[in-house]
Design a protein around this ligand. Structure first.
Ligand SMILES: [Zn+2]
Ligand SMILES: [Zn+2]
Length: 98
């Protein structure tokens, strides 16, 4: 039994780790991934809704499952950052031509 795993969680890469331990040397024992969000040790799994695989600690995995932190929130943030970069470029171009 792997700590932090619940019945609803899809299989993580711990099984893979047993077969090919070489690729997991930097990851602490009992885990198979490093959380993409906070960098804590966690488990690498397929995303429950997206066609992607990521690593999440228990805390952020709960967020992913409930849809709290991954998805729209992050997407909106990226759009905001992209817009501000565009605005900066446009401002710079206008300054350059005038
Ligand atoms: Zn695991
Ligand atoms: Zn985390």
């Amino acid at each position: 039994m792997i700590e932090g795993q619940t019945e609803s969680s899809p299989a993580c890469y711990c099984e893979e780790r047993e077969k090919h331990p070489v690729g997991f040397l930097e990851i602490p024992e009992g885990y198979c991934g490093i959380c993409d969000v906070c960098g804590k040790s966690g488990h690498m799994r397929a995303h429950p809704r997206y066609a992607t695989t990521g690593a999440w600690c228990d805390e952020h995995w709960a967020d992913v499952v409930s849809g709290r932190s991954f998805g729209l929130h992050k997407l909106l943030w990226y759009i905001l950052v992209a817009l501000s970069i565009c605005a900066a470029v446009v401002y710079w171009v206008i300054k350059l031509v005038s």
